[in-house]
Design a protein around this ligand. Structure first.
Ligand SMILES: [Zn+2]
Length: 136
């Protein structure tokens, strides 16, 4: 189990690590996944450290899903993907890699979409596109 000090998302929230920011409010940060499954793959992360669905406060989790919907709407406007997946993994056995609660919002063109490796310039451009299309 990771403590908040070692947690990469806590370090991003604290400004110790950079991110491709899409949205921010008092409670959450939305940013591009740097190892995306689809173009515009965004993570919605609470600013406070909670490990998983069993740990997080219910109202905060609901707020994260409110923001996930805003992100999905912005992705549709900005990128017009064929589909949008929203996923949230809890525990290593479920595919959780960073043990700080997060929801994935993933634009998809097909069910069997593979990872790709965008350049920093591409990530900067996509983050800006989504940010400009996000209506709060
Ligand atoms: Zn954390």
């Amino acid at each position: 189990m990771q403590g908040p000090q070692a947690c990469v998302f806590c370090r991003v929230v604290a400004g110790e690590l950079p991110s491709y920011k899409v949205y921010e409010d008092d409670w959450v940060l939305a940013m591009l996944d740097i190892r995306p499954v689809g173009r515009g793959h965004t993570l919605v992360v609470p600013k406070q450290h909670f490990e998983d669905v069993l740990d997080i406060e219910e109202d905060l989790m609901l707020h994260i899903y409110r923001v996930a919907k805003k992100v999905a709407e912005a992705q549709k406007r900005a990128l017009n993907p064929a589909g949008i997946g929203i996923a949230q993994n809890n525990g290593a056995a479920a595919g959780q890699i960073i043990f700080h609660f997060h929801a994935h919002v993933i634009p998809k063109e097909s069910v069997n979409q593979n990872r790709y490796e965008p350049s920093p310039e591409e990530l900067t451009e996509v983050a800006e596109l989504i940010r400009k299309n996000l209506v709060t």
